[in-house]
Design a protein around this ligand. Structure first.
Ligand code: AMP
Length: 293
C-alpha cells in the first residue's frame, strides 16, 4: 500500500494503471477516522475493482463557520493500518494546498438539490462536497466511486453532478452500517459521551417505527413525520433539527408518497453533537448510476 500526498503523483499512478495495465480503479472518498461504515464501502470496492484508492481529506470547504472542522477526528496512522488490512492499494491523503492550490477559485454547485435539508441547515456544505469530489474524480479518474446511504442527500447530489456534467465514473451507493444498538456509524459518534450513546439510538428507533408504520400502509408523509417527532421528543437529551420526507431521486418534499421511493431523513442534536440518519421507503433504489446511462 502506498500513501500518496501529491495530486501529481496520484494522477500519474492512476493514469499508468488505467492506460498501461488496463486495470479498473475504485475510489472511496472519506474524511478519515474510519469505521465499519467506511470499511463496508472499501470491502465492496475491493470485490468490484482491480485497484482500490481511498482518499482521506478533511475538506474545509464543506464545513460552515462555527462547525467542527478543527475538532474533526484525524488519525492517519490508525486509518492507514486499517486500510492496509483491507488490502487497499493507494491512500490518497493530500495536504490542503494539494487540493486547493493558492488562489483556488472554481467551485461546483448542484443548484436546487443543494439548498434542501442538510443544505438549508448547512449553507455552502454541498458546494464544498461537489467541488472536492470533482477534484478527486479528476485526479483519480476511477471507474467506480463509492458512497454511503448514510449521507443520502450527498449521494443524490453526486449522482446528479456525475450525470449532468458527464463524469466518466459509476456511482455506487451502499446501505447504512449500524452499531448493534442501531446507531448509524459515524466519525462524529466519537463526540458522544457515554451518557449520550443510549439517547442517540432514538434516531434509529424513530425511523424504524416509521418504516413499520409505512409497511403497514401509512403513506401520509405528514403523519410519518409526526410519528418520528413524537418518538424523538420522548428523549430529553435530543433536540430535533429537521425531519422530512422527500422523493428519493429528486428530493422534492412529499406530502403523499404513493408508490414513489422516498427518503425519510432527519438531523437531531444529542447535546452539542448533530447526528443525521435516514431510511428509504418504497421501492429499493437503483444503486449504480452511469454518467452515460
Ligand atoms: P465521511 O468520512 O463521513 O465523509 O464518509 C465517507 C463515506 O462513507 C461517505 O460516502 C459516507 O456516506 C460513508 N459512510 C459514513 N458512515 C457510513 C455508514 N454508517 N454506513 C455506510 N456508509 C457510511
Amino acid at each position: 500500500m502506498e500513501i500518496i500526498n501529491r495530486r501529481k503523483r496520484m494522477m500519474s499512478v492512476a493514469r499508468k494503471l488505467r492506460r498501461e495495465e488496463n486495470r479498473t480503479i475504485a475510489l472511496v472518498p472519506t474524511m478519515g477516522a474510519l469505521h465499519e461504515g467506511h470499511l463496508s464501502l472499501i470491502h465492496e470496492a475491493r470485490a468490484l475493482c482491480d485497484i482500490v484508492v481511498v482518499s482521506i481529506f478533511v475538506n474545509p470547504a464543506q464545513f460552515g463557520p462555527g462547525e467542527d472542522f478543527e475538532s474533526y477526528p484525524r488519525d492517519l496512522t490508525t486509518d492507514s493500518g486499517l486500510l492496509a488490512e483491507y488490502n487497499v492499494d493507494y491512500v490518497f491523503a493530500p495536504t490542503l494546498e494539494e487540493i486547493y492550490p493558492p488562489g483556488f477559485s472554481p467551485f461546483v454547485t448542484v443548484e436546487g438539490l443543494s439548498e434542501e435539508l442538510e443544505g438549508a441547515a448547512r449553507p455552502g456544505h454541498f458546494r464544498g462536497v461537489a467541488t472536492v469530489v470533482t477534484i478527486l474524480l479528476n485526479v483519480v479518474r476511477p471507474n467506480f466511486t463509492f458512497f454511503g446511504q448514510k449521507d443520502a442527500q450527498q449521494s443524490i447530489i453526486i449522482k446528479k453532478m456525475v450525470r449532468d456534467l458527464a463524469f466518466d465514473t459509476e456511482i455506487v451507493v451502499l446501505p447504512i452500517v449500524r452499531e448493534e444498538s442501531g446507531l448509524a456509524m459515524s466519525s462524529r459518534n466519537a463526540y458522544l459521551t457515554d451518557e449520550q450513546r443510549r439517547p442517540a439510538t432514538v434516531l434509529n428507533r424513530a425511523l424504524s417505527q416509521a418504516r413499520a408504520a409505512y409497511d403497514e400502509g401509512e403513506h401520509s408523509a405528514a403523519r410519518l413525520v409526526e410519528l418520528v417527532r413524537s418518538v424523538i421528543e420522548q428523549e430529553p437529551l435530543a433536540r430535533i433539527d429537521y425531519v422530512s420526507v422527500n422523493d428519493a431521486a429528486t428530493l422534492e418534499r412529499l406530502e403523499k408518497m404513493d408508490d414513489r421511493p422516498a427518503v425519510l431523513s432527519l438531523a437531531v442534536f444529542i447535546g452539542n453533537t448533530r447526528l443525521i440518519d435516514n431510511v428509504v421507503l418504497g421501492k429499493s433504489q437503483k444503486n449504480v448510476v452511469s454518467a452515460n446511462a
